[in-house]
Every structure is written in structure tokens, then in C-alpha cells.
Design a protein around this ligand. Structure first.
Ligand SMILES: NC(=O)c1ccc[n+]([C@@H]2O[C@H](COP(=O)([O-])OP(=O)(O)OC[C@H]3O[C@@H](n4cnc5c(N)ncnc54)[C@H](O)[C@@H]3O)[C@@H](O)[C@H]2O)c1
Length: 368
């Protein structure tokens, strides 16, 4: 079915996000942080984690699964490390504060590492290394997530899509920013296909008997009852390296739970023993490294810039016009979205109108 597409200007969408967060009980300062992370996703063309997730945050706040006014606290600290308890607040607020602590420690001692427990979904992983890049630092960010990925040789949704993000400044306008799930795809992309009423490509998701699943709505339902699993990076077996995606995901799960005595794997299902919705207890891990502790930042930026330029200039495969380096596509998309607005399909438009009505926000006009 064809979708109606509306382009909503970034500024209007941002104000709407703010209004929904404030209407859900979040302070203006924290709502700004949440909207900053969400709009960054839309700006970078990551449809799965921007306005498309606003309804999810609203529903979770309304259900009491996220505490709108929680204050994250430091429960343990050394000059270069900290453990934070997020107290079930908004993941973006907890993550921005935690990454800032890592950056402050790195500025003073060269490196900072912060482990977080009892947090909630924090949006795009790449937002947080971008904070370090702005300070001439290397940034890394990891998070665990609801179980939906099977281990190699298994079919049970056990690990989260557990993204890894690594960012560093270069001598170009576009920084190097890798930001991706450790599974072939992530739950948000299945949601995007569901909203667009399109099939899921074969090889992304299996059922409990290891058969491919293609129906996005069915997958989203069956994951919740253990009957469908996303596959780790590399796919269903060892031939194309599925075991490496599985192991990378396990590393993210360890960093996001073990150092902070946090929850992991099935404990993140969002359901309690009585199968009732409960708080997610997501964990994160952030690192910042001050480049100036190793060498003058301009030398580092030149080194990494050269490295990336060589990669892009190498021989192209037949039919391919361009070799990319991580972050380039999203960086270019940001200019396009700033100029043309965020594309919204018919089903997402319905979600926006629903939120507008629920929170009585008549001031916004989302024409179709
Ligand atoms: N918070 C969570 O629980 C959670 C979980 C999973 C994913 N996510 C987010 O979802 C978003 C999308 O994740 P994804 O796995 O679909 O990412 P993706 O597959 O769209 O992109 C991953 C990375 O690959 C780079 N890339 C793309 N094409 C490239 C090419 N040809 N050459 C070199 N690099 C290239 C991109 O710049 C990006 O850094 C991310 O922002 C991620 O953080 C969040």
C-alpha cells in the first residue's frame, strides 16, 4: 500500500517533541535533552529512533515504566571511573549526564569510563560519542536492550540489538562516527517496515524452527513471546561470521551490566514474573579518551583524515560509484533534512495526531 508522505520542518517537530515530553511530566531542561537526542536521529536519517519512537516514550511514561523526574546518582567513583544508578529515568537524560562525566574525567586524567544501571532506552547510541568529538576526544558508547537476538546455533531471542558506537574527530567537517546494532538489523527498522507495510528481507529474522520470517507485524508480536529472533551480524551460522556478531553483542551486554551490577539478557524483557510490564533496567557504558594526552589533536585529526581518504579512494566494485566511511551518509543526510524537513508516512502521521490529541496540543499544524 502506498504511503502518504508529509515533510515536517525540523523546528516544528522539535517543538512538538518538547511539548510531548513536558506534557508527560518531564522538566523543560530534561525535555530539551530528550528532544535533542530524538531530533538528531531524524536529522541523521535514522527513521527508526527519532519521531517514530515518541509514542513509545509517551506510552512508557504514562504506564509508569519510566520515572519522568528521576535524578541519576553516582554510586561509586574514582578519578577515571564512575558507576551511575539511573533510577529508571529517561535514558537520554541519564546518558547525556554520564557521558559528560566521562568527558570531564578524560579532560582531567586522559580517560573516563562510566557504567550505568537502571536506565531506560536512550535513543541513538551515536549521540554520545558526538559529545566527546566536540571536545576533541574519542568517544565510545554501548547499551544493552530488550532480548530479541538469538545466539549463534540458537533460535531464542536472548540478547538485545546491543549497539556499538565509536566516534573520533578528523581534519574534515564530517567526523568518523560508527553507530550500529550488533544484529543484522534492529527492532526499530522492523517497526519502520511495519509502518510502511513492507516485508522484512529474508535473512534478518528467524522463527523458533530457524525458518526465515518476513512479516514485520508478525515478527514484532512473536519476538515478545519467544517465537521470533533477529539474527546477529553475519547471519544465522558461522559461514558468514554470525558467531562474531553474537560475540560482539555479548561484549556489549557484559560492558552494559557486569561492572554496574545491572540487569542482563532476559531480565530486560520489561515483564515481571507475573508477565506484567515492569521497568526495563537497561545498562550503558561510556568512554571518553582525550586525544591531547596522546598527541597534539591536529596531528591525530590529520592521521585519521588520511586513513579515511585512502579508504574512500580505493578501487570500487563494479556498479559502485562510491566507498563510504562511517558517519558520512548520516552527515550528508543532516543537511538534506534541515533543508527539506523530516519525511513522515501515513502511519507515523496517525501516531503524531494521536499524541497531539492526547496531550491537547492544538497549536501544531501537521498538514497532509
Ligand atoms: N538504544 C538502543 O537500544 C538501540 C539498539 C539498536 C540500535 N540502535 C540505534 O539504531 C540506529 C541504527 O542502527 P543500525 O544497526 O540499523 O545502523 P546502520 O546499519 O544503518 O548503520 C551502521 C553504521 O554503518 C555506517 N555505514 C552505513 N553504510 C556504510 C558504508 N557503505 N560504508 C561504511 N559505513 C557505512 C553508518 O554510518 C553507521 O555508522 C543506530 O543509531 C543505533 O544506535 C539503538
Amino acid at each position: 500500500m502506498e504511503q502518504t508522505i508529509v515533510n515536517i520542518p525540523v523546528g516544528i517537530l522539535y517543538k512538538f517533541m518538547m511539548a510531548v515530553f513536558i506534557g508527560s511530566g518531564i522538566s523543560e531542561k530534561d525535555a530539551k535533552t530528550c528532544a535533542d537526542v530524538l531530533i538528531k536521529s531524524d536529522l541523521r536519517g535514522i527513521e527508526s529512533h527519532g519521531i517514530g519512537r515518541l509514542r513509545m516514550y509517551y506510552d512508557r511514561l504514562k504506564a509508569g515504566l519510566i520515572e519522568p523526574s528521576a535524578t541519576p546518582i553516582i554510586v561509586r567513583e574514582s578519578p577515571t571511573t564512575a558507576v551511575i544508578d539511573g533510577n529508571h529515568g529517561m535514558g537520554m537524560v541519564i546518558a547525556v549526564q554520564s557521558m559528560q562525566i566521562a568527558i570531564d574525567k578524560a579532560r582531567q586524567y586522559g580517560m573516563g569510563a562510566v557504567a550505568v544501571r537502571n536506565s531506560t532506552h536512550f535513543g541513538i547510541d551515536g549521540y554520545y560519542p558526538l559529545m566527546a568529538i566536540e571536545q576533541n576526544m574519542i568517544g565510545m558508547s554501548f547499551t544493552n536492550a530488550r532480548p530479541c537476538v538469538s545466539p549463534t546455533h540458537g533460535t531464542q531471542p536472548t540478547l538485545g540489538t546491543n549497539p556499538i558506537s565509536f566516534g573520533a574527530p578528523t581534519d574534515e567537517e564530517c567526523p568518523f562516527l560508527y553507530d550500529g546494532a550488533t544484529s543484522i538489523t534492529q527492532r526499530g527498522k522492523i517497526e519502520v517496515l511495519s509502518r510502511a507495510e513492507k516485508p522484512v528481507p529474508a535473512g534478518w529474522v528467524i522463527d523458533q524452527n530457524n525458518r526465515p520470517m518476513l512479516d514485520a507485524d508478525q515478527i514484532l508480536d512473536e519476538i515478545l513471546v519467544d517465537n521470533a529472533a533477529l539474527l546477529p551480524l553475519g547471519g544465522e551460522n558461522e559461514l558468514l561470521g554470525g558467531h562474531k556478531g553474537y560475540c560482539l553483542s555479548t561484549i556489549v551486554e557484559i560492558l552494559s551490566s557486569a561492572l554496574q551490577n545491572g540487569a542482563f539478557l532476559f531480565q530486560l524483557s520489561g515483564l515481571n514474573k507475573e508477565n506484567q510490564p515492569t521497568r526495563f533496567r537497561v545498562g550503558h557504558f561510556f568512554m571518553a579518551m582525550d586525544i591531547a594526552s596522546f598527541l597534539p589533536p591536529e596531528e591525530f585529526k590529520h592521521n585519521i583524515g588520511e586513513l579515511l581518504r585512502i579508504l574512500r579512494s580505493t578501487r570500487k566494485a563494479p556498479g559502485q560509484e562510491r566507498i563510504y566511511t562511517a558517519g558520512e551518509k548520516e552527515f550528508e543526510m543532516e543537511k538534506n533534512v534541515q533543508a527539506n524537513g523530516v519525511p513522515i508516512n501515513a502511519n507515523l502521521h496517525k501516531d503524531i495526531l494521536f499524541l497531539q490529541q492526547e496531550l491537547n496540543l492544538p497549536g501544531f499544524i501537521f498538514a497532509d
